[in-house]
Write a protein that binds this ligand. Structure first.
Ligand code: EPU
Length: 514
């Protein structure tokens, strides 16, 4: 029972040892099966109609992790239950002993974490998503210890966890990373632990990497416990970079730490505000969400609450870009326009008309005159940055749009160091793009029909959706494999596009077709 694991009760460090069954198992059948699915798009196409926007993936992942802090049940509405990332997070919670009931039709999830009896979530599920790592905060705060795998997620850069580790240490946690190398299904090197801080920072600089040369895969576990054996304590921590995940994890940890915590240079993303609202509704005291400083007064117990997951701003932005690239007229809801102001400004510069129909509905069209929807759009420059800057998650689909606009555009990715993987695939469609470091120079075309269909492979979530948007306007047939990545963050993307009039089909390809 959770009460027996309450942080106030002294726990022996790492009392819950790693069971044998948690040893690394590398290949996942699921990934291989998903790899075999393809999307076939016949273009060019024009869209029309209305798209319902699902609940936010990134908010849901974080709110689900936060349920680990709460006694009694939490009821979450509007959860994107169809996403594979949501499913992985639910599996992580179940592997800890949480009871989950869900109503797929109503998108409601009831989570009760009172029966949590383990502090080590399933390693295989952890490897699938970045958000799984967030559980380290609530596990430490409520149960005094956590043993978690290094996170997975899209391969878009190094994505270290040093800010999480240093922040948790500032709250009185002892944190250590053990790592290992894996060959095939075997652990080929014994686990090596480093407790030295300097070495830790270096070791934290990798997630899961497969080396083509050696076939070795590096993986690791993070072991954390409250250093005083009683629980976390309030403290101060300055984040070198306003990391969204580190901010959220530290907020969760601090909300049950003993005393006051001050976090500075924190992320200001809407998902951070969603989490603060959830924590406060659960009885926590979190002040300053949306600014660059958070003050959190720790409570010894939080109770479950009911919350509504806000609409996914990235999915909404993607459909706005779909309307622009296809020179169409569509409406989307629900959406919070202020969360998309950077994109809205850029689309207006390009020549799109964006109308707010009511509080939560936007209409996007390329021309003020509906008959003139094929009018050309102008290119624009983009530099991604933390909120309220241009979202990195919208950089790949924006680049797809820019390949169809007039003039040349500069796209600078400043948040992740390897998020231009879609460029090579867009080039296969005929797009003219030059890359220098993290910057891409996109040479626009005078008409969208300059792109032609091809066989493409999605290598990550947002890069994958960029290929779908480009496929909508490419002349002929575009076949995209690797679409399991897209299912991580877009619920029923193909069905939603079909309703808007796109010719898009999902099928299982023969291995030789991939
Ligand atoms: N970073 C560090 N050290 C850390 C943590 C982050 O150096 O300890 C660096 C990262 O390497 C990166 C930058 O900080 O260069 C930003 O990373 P951040 O931590 O803000 O991102 P995240 O929490 O890993 C979340 C979303 C991402 C989204 C980013 C930025 C979730 C589960 N993921 O990731 O979503 O791109 O914030 O907004 O919330 C996606 O949905 O496709 C996606 C990747």
């Amino acid at each position: 029972m959770a009460t027996s694991l309450c942080y106030a009760k002294p726990l022996k460090p790492f009392s819950l040892r790693l069971p044998q069954t948690q040893n690394p198992q590398i290949p996942t059948q699921t990934t291989q099966i998903r790899e075999a699915e393809t999307l076939t798009i016949t273009g060019p196409t024009q869209l029309s109609g209305h798209v319902p926007i699902s609940g936010s993936k990134n908010s849901s992942l974080c709110l689900l992790a936060a349920t680990l802090l709460c006694s009694n049940s939490c009821l979450l509405h509007n959860v994107p239950t169809g996403l594979s990332d949501t499913k992985a997070m639910l599996s992580i919670l179940r592997s800890l002993g949480a009871k989950i009931e869900f109503n797929e039709r109503n998108k409601e999830i009831l989570v009760n974490t009172d029966g949590v009896g383990r502090v080590e979530p399933c390693l295989e599920e952890m490897r699938k998503i970045r958000g799984g790592f967030f559980v380290i905060g609530p596990l430490l705060a409520r149960f005094g210890e956590a043993v978690v795998g290094l996170p997975g997620g899209c391969d878009i850069g190094e994505r270290p966890v040093d800010l999480y580790v240093r922040g948790l240490r500032a709250l009185g946690a002892a944190v250590e990373i053990s790592y290992f190398l894996i060959c095939g299904n075997r652990l080929c090197k014994p686990t090596i632990s480093h407790s030295n801080t300097e070495k830790m920072a270096g070791i934290a600089n990798f997630c899961i990497i497969t080396s083509d040369d050696t076939g070795l895969q590096r993986d690791g576990r993070v072991l954390a416990h409250s250093a005083n054996g009683k629980g976390l304590v309030g403290g101060s921590f300055h984040l070198d970079f306003p990391s969204v995940g580190a901010t959220e994890t530290l907020m969760m940890a601090a909300s049950m730490a003993d005393g006051v915590t001050v976090l500075s240079n924190v992320a200001k993303e809407p998902e951070v505000i969603d989490l603060a609202r959830f924590l406060n509704d659960s009885g926590a005291c979190v002040y300053g969400a949306g600014s660059d400083k958070l003050l959190i007064k720790g409570k010894c117990q939080l109770r479950g609450c009911e919350c509504y997951v806000p609409p996914d701003r990235i999915e909404a932005g993607t459909f706005m870009l779909a309307a622009a690239i296809t020179r169409s007229l569509i409406s989307i809801s629900p959406v919070t326009p202020s969360h998309l102001s950077c994109l809205i400004d850029k689309l207006k510069i390009a020549g799109c008309k964006i109308t707010r129909c009511n509080n939560d509905t936007l209409e996007v069209r390329v021309s003020a005159i509906p008959e003139n929807v094929c009018e050309n759009l102008r290119g624009f420059n983009v530099r991604t940055s933390p909120f309220p800057g241009f979202p990195t998650d919208l950089q790949p689909p924006t680049m797809a749009l820019l390949t169809t606009c007039s003039g040349s555009s500069i796209v600078e990715e400043s948040v992740f160091d390897r998020r231009l993987g879609h460029v090579r695939e867009l080039q296969k469609l005929g797009a003219k793009i030059q890359v220098c470091g993290s910057t891409a120079l996109v040479f626009g075309r005078e008409t969208r029909s300059a792109l032609h269909g091809s066989q493409l492979r999605a290598a990550d979530l947002r890069g994958g959706v960029a290929l779908v948007l480009a496929g909508l306007v490419a002349e002929g047939t575009t076949q995209i494999s690797g679409i399991g990545h897209i299912g991580r963050g877009y619920e029923n993307l193909d069905t939603k596009l079909q309703f808007l009039g796109a010719d898009i089909k999902r099928s299982i390809a023969m291995a030789s077709q991939l």
